[in-house]
Design a protein around this ligand. Structure first.
Ligand code: ADP
Length: 399
């Protein structure tokens, strides 16, 4: 029994003297067997809990050596050598963590800290990971000095990145609103100072105010569109639409701008790529943004924009190729981000909000499509938009 064999009792023999002892030992063996099963079950549950937890769990003894860790922890910090038995300082190389553990083991109080770990060493693509770490004392049930510390690692990288994006977004929006507001308030002051007697000045002030009010409402409109499109499920009104005719309508309404820019526009469309199930109003917006970008950034005498529509598998693929200055290689990956402009002041002067391409991207993603750019700086840019011709196909792919 001492060796864990509870198949007892064997018969002791020897008559009634031993019968009572035999019964006692039998009960004892049964009791031990139940305890053994209970411990095994608890061990199994504990291992199951530790394995299924998304948080990394680590137990460190009083010598600061790692005595247990769960699979999530091994995933967070992959290492060729087992961390078991190694010291916390050697494994994590972070004095702040070492200090928090010492404090918890000395005082019995929990500690809490947030640390950024470099993930460069282990081949991860993320440059770093941020962990929220809770250090709790482990003491015997009666209390007393902790015999170990329990560390819970929660990966908060995505949450912190989201918070940073939100802060950046608010800062960008404020900045974008401040510029026209400052201009408006400057001209309003001029008007209030009595420049009414100078009709030329009054006219300049009023038209500047008008221009900047328009800019503010464009910004608001773009922001509302983005917030709608980035919602969980943007409501799109899918209908069979003639992609080619829709483009011609957009070009017609942009005629004044096209005339002013001096750009020549050529359209070439394959019959099989004419129709797709899309939200016509949103696709008009995509066309509008891509064409006006070409006019703004690549317009001028000699400027040509070639728009071609072809069928590519299950998608209609439309290319907008201009012969303007193109986009520097370093900027190409960022131009679909909100508020990103290549040449900030020039683009703002041209009336851009820096939201146009982000809107294009979100509209096409909501359709199950995509947008991309190819550009050799100095020799123009090509924007490719792809949109599935049938939404049933798109929905089936999502499932
Ligand atoms: P904006 O409102 O400033 O045009 P977008 O999001 O539409 O903002 O475009 C982002 C940036 O991409 C622009 O500021 C511009 O620098 C660059 N860009 C977009 N289209 C073109 C183009 N056809 N040629 C050159 N640069 C372009």
């Amino acid at each position: 029994m001492a060796e864990g064999d509870f198949a007892f009792p064997a018969r002791l023999g020897g008559g009634s003297v031993f019968r009572e002892t035999e019964a006692h030992i039998g009960r004892l063996a049964e009791h031990l067997r139940q305890l053994d099963r209970q411990i095994a079950d608890e061990g199994l549950s504990l291992r199951g809990i530790l394995a299924s937890m998304q948080e990394g769990i680590l137990i460190v003894n009083r010598e600061h050596r790692i005595t247990l860790l769960n699979p999530a922890m091994e995933c967070f910090f992959p290492s060729r050598r087992s961390p078991l038995g190694r010291s916390v300082l050697e494994f994590f190389q972070r004095h702040e963590l070492e200090k928090a553990i010492s404090l918890t083991l000395e005082t019995g109080d929990s500690a809490h800290l947030e640390l950024i770990f470099d993930a460069a060493g282990n081949g991860k693509t993320a440059p770093h990971r941020v962990f929220d770490i809770h250090v709790a004392p482990l003491a015997a049930s009666g209390g007393g000095i902790p015999h170990a510390a329990l560390l819970v690692f929660q990966d908060v990288t995505a949450i912190r990145a989201l918070e940073a994006t939100r802060r950046e977004f608010v800062a960008n929006v404020s900045h974008e609103f401040r510029t026209p507001l400052t201009i408006i308030s400057g001209y309003v002051e001029t008007l209030m100072d009595g420049c009414q007697e100078e009709p030329e000045m009054t006219e300049r002030a009023v038209s500047a105010i008008h221009r900047n009010v328009q800019r503010l409402s464009l910004l608001l409109e773009d922001l509302l569109t983005i917030s709608h499109l980035e919602g969980r499920s943007p409501m799109l009104d899918f209908q069979r639409v003639d992609l080619h005719d829709t483009l011609l309508r957009v070009l017609e309404s942009l005629e004044p701008e096209i005339g002013n820019s001096g750009m020549r526009i050529e359209v070439d469309w394959r019959e099989e790529a004419r129709h797709a199930e899309v939200d016509a109003r949103r696709i008009e917006q995509v066309y509008w943004n891509l064409v006006s970008n070409a006019l703004k950034h690549a317009g001028g005498t000699g400027g040509v924009l070639r728009i071609t529509g072809v069928l590519d598998g299950e998608c209609a693929k439309v290319a907008f190729a201009d012969n303007g200055p193109g986009i520097p290689l370093d900027d190409q990956a960022h131009i679909f981000e909100r508020f990103y402009r290549v040449r900030k002041d020039r683009a703002r002067d041209a009336g851009g909000t820096g939201l146009g391409l982000s809107i294009v991207k979100n509209i096409l993603l909501a359709h199950g499509g995509s947008v991309s750019v190819e550009s050799t700086p100095g020799s123009g840019a090509v924007f490719w938009m792809r949109v599935p011709v049938a939404q049933a196909q798109n929905a089936a792919q999502k499932e």
